[in-house]
Write a protein that binds this ligand. Sequence first.
Ligand SMILES: [Mn+2]
Length: 597
Amino acid sequence: MSTVSERLAALRSAMRAAGVAAYLIPTGDPHSSEYLPAHYNSREYFSGFTGENSTLVVTLTKSALWADGRFFVQAEKQLAGTEIELMRMGEPGVPTVEQYCADALQEGEKLGLCGLTASCQLVRGLQKVLDPKGVTVCTLNLEDELWTENRPPLPATPAWLLPAEYAGATPAEKLARLRAKLAELGCTAQMVGKLDNLAWLLNLRAMDIECTPYAMAYCFVTQTEAVLFLNSERLAPEAAGELAACGVRLAGYDDVLSFIAGYSEPQTVLAEPASVNYAVFSALEANPALTVQSLPDPLLPMKGVKNATELEHARECHIRDAVAMVRFQKELEERLEAGETLTELTVDEMLHKYRSAQDKFLVESFGTIAAYGPNAAMMHYHATEADHAVLERRGFLLVDCGGTYMDGTTDITRTYPLGPLTEEERLCYTWTLQSHIDIAKAVWLDYCTGQMLDSIAREPLWQHLINYRCGTGHSVSFVGNVHEGPHSLNPRNQVVFEPGMVITDEPGVYEGGRLGIRIENELECREKTVNQYGRFLCFEPLTWVPIATSPIVPGVLTRDQLDWLNAYHRRVFEQLAPRLTDEERDWLARKCAAIGA
Ligand SMILES: [Mn+2]
């Protein structure tokens, strides 16, 4: 196995040979996926950083990696001992990727990148800063040239269609909705770049990305047909037949660029620069028959509001997932009580045992985060064989996990007390719970955006001059990726909340080297009432799993917060009890016991 410094040295000699002074490696596949097929983890290969949402820039003399707030601690650890400078995104004085490239490059020099794994938006952002300096962006593919050692192959898992009884609509119905929307937007066609949007449109599923049930594919939709670029041997004949009946024609995945180049019918094509890769976007623009409209993908908001069938399935799916969570917690407590040595890795094994035993289970919805003590300060920590903690009978264990089933996708975090807690742990837990409850019980008029609602969640922590460097919550796909848009709870989101949207509620406290606390439920947005003041909306939990009450500091929760918590636990018990054994039910009753002030 080569080292990071050997890989960077090889990259620099290839850069010299290609005549580029800098090379940029985004976290990217050809579809702007958040989690990548392992084949595309080239940023990880060249940097050693295994986190998400990051960019590596290598010049002939230096290199830098941008990490977001969730990954500062992890990136510090993983970059230690390499030449790569850590850029903490969003911190004062830290340059953006664009600024850094502009500063590092001189007039007449070139920046190289791969046109398939960079989105059009990323390249445009670079060009905006580099063009005035006389620096050009050129497409190369040094990743493919240099990363041959132990590289995972291109994914090609079996592709299948999610039945309409789960999805709530057929591909034909969804195509009709999309075509009507395109007409409204003045377009006659769309190039669909993102896998989750495409999966929703055609009910297409596969397992090309770990924990993400999608197929690597593009789709070109016109008013009369849809061309699905997917290696067709992956698709079962019945699924191919069903798609053909919906007017979907198959073409090879690798034929997308030649198809665009040879297309002769005039079309006004919607393409989203953020999710269509630079190579495909440039091919669309280069074809004189096509007029490209850079617009947000209309599929995202359609997919973000769940239909009644999806919601009904999601509610049931969350109850089965909760049964698995309860069985896990009971076993965890019993084994610790018996004096067994358990590690963060045992937690993952136990969860998998109980989740995979549930009806309709497909796969974990992401790699389980089981983080003991200070490890939990790293928001997306993953224990490994080489590096993990043994659970002690004190402090907190944070567990963030979820499953994808035929009838839904779940995402839940609980912070379990394993024994005596410090005063700081108890207070931070209590304030986090207040934040969690305040957003869960919020009631608002239907003009509120994700940004406005986000402040409601942060207020209890802000009171103590504490904040979390991430959003409060994200949307979750139906039988799909665990993080989706367009709405989210964060300080920037401008999407207005509406009934049918699903969102996570996951505030937390993260103190580097000391502790990490997070409490997460999924919520669905519902209409509460319409009266003379307008339409009021609220949330209703989808997740029904007990929240530990023993760490709560007395006298801190308000009456409303206590009422919410006690009512939540009553509902948890009512819904789970019929699915549990007598012994499990007694255990759950203790966990769901009402607490006083
Ligand atoms: Mn989450």
